[in-house]
Design a protein around this ligand. Sequence first.
Ligand code: EPZ
Length: 417
Amino acid sequence: MDKLLIEGGVPLSGEVSISGAKNAALPLICAALLTDRPLTLSNVPHLNDVTTMLRLLVQMGVDVTLDERNSLVLNACGLNRPEAPYDMVKTMRASILTLGPLLARAGRARVSLPGGCAIGARPVDIHIRGLQAMGADICVEHGYILAQAQRLRGARIFCDLVTVTGTENLMMAAALADGTTVIENAAREPEVVDLANCLNAMGAKVSGAGGDIVTVEGVERLAGAEHRIMPDRIETGTFLVAAAVTGGRVRLNGTHCGILDAVVEKLREAGARIDCHRDSIEISADGPLSAVSLRTAPYPAFPTDMQAQFMALNCVARGTGVITETIFENRFMHAQELRRLGADIEISGNTTVVKGVPRLDGATVMATDLRASACLVVAGLVARGETLIDRIYHLDRGYEHIEEKLSQLGARIRRVH
Ligand code: EPZ
């Protein structure tokens, strides 16, 4: 099992490119199921989760190739097995995003219920209730969602909770439904907007994406399209935090501030200097940062996927920061690992109080989930001495060649087998 070995204390400097967004790529790949024409996606990140999703679609009968510009060409004209088996879904919950498109295109689907995961129970009841509102017959048997529908019909759907993949699933299902669907209390994340833009390029009629009411006028069929995947705002945020805590000066290319304003504001509040450009971000920080308090919430508020990284920042900042996690019920597992590095963290329910300490000391720690892994990398970059991070397969799900990019910025980091 691979590990990452980091020698901390080096201020990051230089520039790196940000990859395409994992959480945009996954629904966009599923959108290919909606048509028998080719969908071409560029700026696809090379991530384990993307590979898993492509393998899932290939076993459904989808043709996946790379074109001469290294763009992904997906063609679901040969779709013949509208199923997402447990052994593939258990490694990646986002497989639930095949449910809506399969129902809309093939009229039936057999998708394994995603199990829970480290950060929470992660139910999909809102996905299911929304599809039932559109006329789908759905039952759950032996761990599988069995769904069928002659043709989905437009409906008015209210999401009890703001759900990103729930909004995306319902948007894709509605694209081919008979009539108009209104999704209320929709997720406003940029990845939802990226998907809506791609669906419209394919001939769908989606309006209001990015707001909390999304309207989809169903059409008979969708065409192919070419779509460039948006930059990954969580990779962007992770590198910004790494640059700030190490007191470095870094430029991130192929990304922009407008997709993570809440994170940029918090970093400025902590004392970092950030310059926003059309297609890049520059950040610099000298001297210790000030601790910040934050509360995670749906976009455009502070993203839960950046909570762990900011806990690492607060560990070595001046003062005390209070972090409240409102999205997932078990997303503080990185805290006990940070304590092994010398952090001063008190947990009380969904709130942690982090008191900055003068220094963290390297140790062996264990990654527990994707963003917790990123938090431990950030902490390792600033801890004195060596930090060895185990179970970094979590990291490889959502960060493309992270140790290569960090090495490019001067970090002393390497993968050990
Ligand atoms: C997406 O997960 C992201 N994944 C997550 O990123 C991200 O943390 C999350 O949104 C919140 O922003 C992808 O986009 C592939 P939700 P998702 O449905 O859609 C509850 C990462 O690190 N809920 O928005 O699964 C749920 O339990 C990952 O890249 C229901 O109760 O999250 C949670 O408390 C981690 N019933 C809240 O809503 C439902 O049917 C928000 O979850 C659906 C969700």
